[in-house]
Design a protein around this ligand. Structure first.
Ligand SMILES: Nc1ncnc2c1ncn2[C@@H]1O[C@H](COP(=O)(O)OP(=O)(O)OP(=O)(O)O)[C@@H](O)[C@H]1O
Ligand SMILES: [Mg+2]
Length: 582
């Protein structure tokens, strides 16, 4: 990371996140003053302590000065504690704000943008990167205030005690600055690499957990173990490197300090012999110098915190800054549904990062309240067509109309409200049966819920669960059977009660009993609605008013089942090979 980027990111962090807490940070700054004063007070008190108590043996001072020292320590300790409580609060508030912004971005981005990155990488942004930003805005900021103030006060004290010695001791400062500068840049780079590996690790862990059954049946435990070892190894190396760079400043600083103190003692021995410095000033000076060592060391490493935090913020901002091409614009007119007719006009779609059209020249016209079916070989583009309707992504070319309204020119929310989707792979939350079904309509009454479940033929199995509707179904419904999952997802779609139904029929076939139940559920779902179904089952196809045969992204034929059997070779082929089997 170069200096310009660093400045830009820090400035943005300041403007949008830190500025709001400026008043609190001022209090922390004031408390930092107290810490600095307390620290310097300790060093300063040693001067009278030596002089009055040991040399002059003053009885009152023998009581007052120790009391003063105790007070100085207390002021330092308490102020530091309160300053920390402020910066910890501010730091976490800022982290939460950043996490909220990332969440809202993830929720509102279009499908392709979100899916372009593994979920594990997002998790790393939430945990790893945000913790780095916390270190910057909490620890970094506080240390910067407290240590620079302490240093200034201690140096002033050193000058007060003896300016010649002070000049001598100050040679240390530029050396420390040079060390700090070179290490700071390096740490930014290592942090970025380490964040990358953290992202890879969380992606990997989530994959092996999801794939646990597949790993077992293919007996690839060893393979995965080796793979994990590689990732963990690389993370370990990056972390070690980061740790080492972090503390590389320390021995250099120690050596510099050693040289300075050695030279200092030699130099003072000369001064004491000429009577240029008194023993009490010397003690006070030495203490100030020793105490200055900690803030110097901290300041020498502080820019690493800044580089680390900025590198993390850069990655987080990248998520926050992604532009969504498909978004809700409030002033757009709402979709007005009359019959729910659907029309595709010359629609093409190409997936990002691919060259071939997934679908081309699609012209489909579906009358309201009818059932249209899409059939075709795997990969023909059926799911792509369905996904264009709720605008998960937009057609590359061509237009799509619902009741003669271009879907790009209407309010996104009203469009999605009118569409129910039962997809090929069912998505369920790790929550109760009730919560999963009510997801379609959080305000639905108990009666509506039960009715939807009845229609979806789901009531019978739900009520057999010991906890009925309150049963927790596990991650993506792991505790349910395939047919049960399908029926829950259908109940959810029924509850949404929208005029257009998109159905991507599951290819996995169920036993004939469950099959019949799911079919009945679908029949209930699609009653009096416009339905576009990707059909894999003959029963669905026969029911369709119109069938579109899709071949390599193009509509090859259309008509009813009987018409197509007569005129379409592709359809006949498909029918003989796939459809008739189930
Ligand atoms: N996210 C994606 N990125 C790139 N290409 C994709 C993406 N999704 C699908 N494709 C490609 O687009 C083409 C059409 O895919 P689509 O999912 O529409 O097929 P389908 O007809 O639904 O197949 P199936 O019956 O197997 O579900 C395929 O060649 C596929 O490889
Ligand atoms: Mg598909």
């Amino acid at each position: 990371m170069n200096l310009t980027t660093l400045k830009k990111i820090l400035l943005r962090l300041y403007r949008y996140y830190v500025k709001k807490y400026l008043n609190k940070l001022f209090i922390a700054l004031f408390l930092s003053f107290a810490v600095a004063a307390g620290t310097a007070g300790i060093a300063w008190l040693l001067d009278p302590a030596v002089k009055k108590i040991f040399i002059e043996q003053d009885k009152t001072m023998a009581l007052l000065i120790p009391f003063g020292i105790m007070l100085a320590f207390s002021v330092k300790g308490l102020s530091l504690y309160f300053a920390r409580t402020i910066t910890i609060r501010v730091g976490h508030e800022i982290c939460k704000k950043i996490q909220v912004e990332m969440t809202s971005k993830i929720l509102l981005s279009d499908a392709h943008t979100i899916e372009s990155k593994h979920s594990g990488k997002y998790i790393a942004h939430y945990l790893y990167d945000v913790s780095m930003i916390f270190n910057l805005v909490s620890t970094g900021l506080l240390n910067l205030m407290k240590d620079s103030l302490t240093l200034i006060v201690l140096i002033s004290l050193m000058f007060y005690q003896n300016w010649k010695l002070a000049c001598f001791a100050l040679i240390m400062m530029p050396m420390a600055a040079i060390v700090a500068k070179s290490l700071g840049r390096r740490i930014g780079k290592v942090t970025s690499q380490s964040a990358d590996v953290s992202g890879t690790l969380s992606a990997y862990v989530s994959e092996i957990i999801k794939a646990s059954r597949m790993i077992k049946i293919y007996q690839q435990e060893k393979f995965e173990f080796n793979k994990s070892e590689k990732i963990l190894d690389s993370l370990k190396n990056k972390q070690i490197k980061m740790g080492l760079v972090m503390f590389r400043a320390q021995p250099i600083m120690e050596v510099i300090t050693g040289i300075i103190i050695a030279g200092f003692i030699y130099y003072t021995s000369l001064m004491v012999s000429t009577g240029e410095i008194e023993i009490n000033s010397f003690f006070s000076f030495l203490t100030a110098m020793m105490l200055a060592y900690q803030p110097i060391r901290s300041l020498a490493t502080i820019n690493m915190l800044f580089y680390q935090g900025a590198a993390a913020a850069e990655r987080v901002f990248e998520v926050i800054d992604t532009k969504s091409t498909i978004e809700q614009i409030d002033h757009m007119p709402n979709l007005k549904i009359e019959k729910g007719s659907i029309e595709f006009k010359e629609v093409n779609y190409t997936y990002p990062k691919t060259k071939e059209h997934a679908i081309k020249n699609i012209n489909i016209s579906i009358k309201g309240n009818t059932i249209a079916a899409l059939v075709g070989h795997s990969g023909a583009g059926k799911s792509t067509i369905i996904n264009l309707l709720p605008r998960f992504f937009d057609a590359t070319e061509g237009q799509i109309y619902i009741d003669n309204q271009n879907i790009k020119k209407i309010n996104l929310s009203s469009l999605r409200k009118s569409i129910s989707l039962v997809s090929q792979d069912i998505i369920l939350f790790d929550d109760t049966v009730r919560a999963n079904i009510l997801y379609a309509n959080l305000n639905a009454s108990e009666e509506q819920l039960k009715r939807a479940c009845d229609f979806a033929a789901a009531t019978e199995f739900i009520e057999k669960f010991p906890e009925s509707y309150e049963t927790i179904i596990g991650e993506n419904g792991i505790r349910l059977s395939g047919g049960q999952k399908q029926r829950i997802s259908i109940a959810r779609a029924i509850l949404k009660d929208s005029p257009i139904i998109l159905l991507d029929e599951a290819t996995s076939s169920l036993d004939s009993d469950s099959e019949e139940k799911v079919q009945n559920a679908i029949l209930n779902l699609t009653k009096n609605k416009t339905t576009l179904v990707i059909a894999h089952r003959l029963s669905t196809i026969i029911r369709a008013n119109k069938i579109f045969v899709l071949d390599q992204g193009k509509i090859a034929d259309s008509g009813t089942h009987n018409e197509l059997l007569k005129k379409s070779e592709i359809y006949k082929n498909l029918y003989n090979k796939q459809l008739s089997t189930n």
